[in-house]
Design a protein around this ligand. Structure first.
Ligand code: MEV
Length: 438
């Protein structure tokens, strides 16, 4: 055990780590420092995002060109370590750019939070307390909400929810918020804590309550990452015959039949639905990370939405009508384009600039469309050539880079593996034999 680790300087932390976990290796020490930013001021910004930071963990930052959304072309930044994600997205973006592009629409932007509390007594008296104190609660939180109100947001509603049939004495105040272009987590949590402290003072002071009813236990005050009304829809649509591509080696009708069956399978089978939605989040998370948003929050919410009728299902769906194919996604996305990391992380800022500084609503539409594009690309590969063909190319590149192959060695190995299954051992053996001949 070490105490006071957080108080050590960054260099002292590295020294401790290297001494105790890497046998004092000067190479490890050098490697950790090699990933520091050249500019100490920039490094300080990264260090201060989190705690006990010792270095940076790099991820590839790629871009998807030709992403047509609501008749506007975007260059979409994607942060992902997974090979083929950007390539697949780029292909899908290009494909749909000549078929009307992606369309999207925000349904609503409501965020939610809850004050969870325990109170025992006559429920009608609690309701009376809540209704007669509604305006007082609003007045109590006004110092926190004033600025947000000036921007057009604030608290939309407060609702008393009786959950006492599930847990003795359990009630909630459910608060709905509009946070404009901010994701709003800090704002929401501060307001909820303020409501919690109001209850702790006002309930014991409420004359109509008996002594036992004057007792309240505020369990927790926290936003909910499940925001079913912070909803966005995106879709693509074209004539079925427009889906034909010579490389597919199947007719448009056959493609549609296979593609739509794959979607139906993800609607009915939970194992397939999980993988199907994971592919959607390959794209969504890429944008979320690149723009400094919270991918854990977005994922948690998306998966809850996918299970909203009791069974976990595909987030995408399709329609066939009047000879047309429509592929669509609908999901909640609580995003921000101001505040938090969006302004602090230099690359998040750059991503937002690249996207021409979208509002939160515009970013919701871009992100949902990227999820849809990713899913289209994945299903298209799966029901035609299979995904391994594309993946193997990238896998081979990664192995060759790991083995520090030169450009000419790469060329030889790539040709050799054109029609073979790629394995680390196979590539290493071939590279060794190539090198032995040089
Ligand atoms: C891989 O990261 C994602 C896919 O498995 C998604 C899917 O199967 O739909 C290709």
């Amino acid at each position: 055990m070490i105490s006071g680790f957080s108080k050590l300087s960054k260099v002292e932390k590295i020294d401790y780590l290297v001494e105790n976990y890497f046998s004092g290796s000067s190479r490890v020490k050098g490697d950790l420092k090699a990933f520091w930013h050249d500019n100490p001021n920039s490094q300080k910004v990264f260090d201060e995002f989190s705690e006990n930071t010792i270095t940076n963990f790099y991820s590839p930052y790629g871009v998807v060109p030709n992403f047509m959304l609501n008749d506007k072309l975007h260059m979409v930044p994607i942060v992902t370590e997974e090979s083929s994600v950007v390539a697949a997205l780029s292909k899908a973006a290009k494909f749909w750019s000549t078929r009307g592009g992606f369309k999207a629409q925000v349904v609503d932007t409501e965020k939610l939070g809850q004050v969870h509390f325990i109170w025992n007594g006559e429920k009608s008296k609690l309701e009376e307390f809540f209704n007669s104190n509604y305006e007082n609660i609003i007045a109590h939180i006004t110092p926190l909400t004033r600025n947000m109100e000036k921007r057009g947001g604030g608290v939309k509603s407060l609702t008393l929810v009786d959950m006492s049939d599930k847990e003795e004495g359990y009630f909630q105040i459910k608060a709905a918020f509009e946070t404009c272009d901010a994701m709003g987590a800090n704002f929401i949590n501060s307001v909820l804590e303020s409501i919690g402290s109001y209850l702790k003072t006002a309930i014991p002071a409420h004359d109509a309550f008996s002594d036992s009813e004057k007792e309240i236990q505020v369990v927790m005050c926290i936003l909910s990452n499940y925001t079913p009304n912070c909803l966005v829809k995106a879709w693509v649509e074209c004539g079925i015959e427009e889906l034909y591509e010579p490389s597919q080696e199947m007719s448009a009708d056959e493609f549609v039949e296979k593609f739509t069956r794959a979607v139906r399978i993800a609607q009915i089978d939970v194992h397939r639905a999980t993988t199907h939605n994971k592919g959607i989040f390959n794209g969504i998370d890429g944008v979320i990370l690149a723009t400094g948003n919270d991918f854990r929050a977005v994922e948690a919410c998306g998966h809850t939405h996918a299970a909203r009728d009791g069974q976990y299902r595909s987030l995408t769906n399709y329609k066939i009508y009047d000879g047309k194919f429509r592929f669509e996604i609908e999901l909640p996305l609580a995003l921000g384009t101001v505040g938090g990391l969006t302004n602090l992380h230099p690359l998040a800022k750059m991503s937002l600039d690249m996207l021409e500084n979208p509002s939160a609503k515009e970013l919701m539409m871009i992100t949902a469309s990227v999820g849809l594009a990713q899913n289209f690309a994945a299903l298209r590969s799966l029901v035609t050539s299979g995904i391994q063909k594309g993946h193997m190319k990238m896998h081979l590149m990664n192995i060759l880079n790991q083995l520090e192959a030169t450009e000419s060695e790469k060329e030889i190995v790539r040709t050799e593996f054109e029609h073979k299954v790629v394995s680390f051992k196979g590539v290493r053996d071939l590279l060794e034999s190539v090198r032995s001949l040089q």
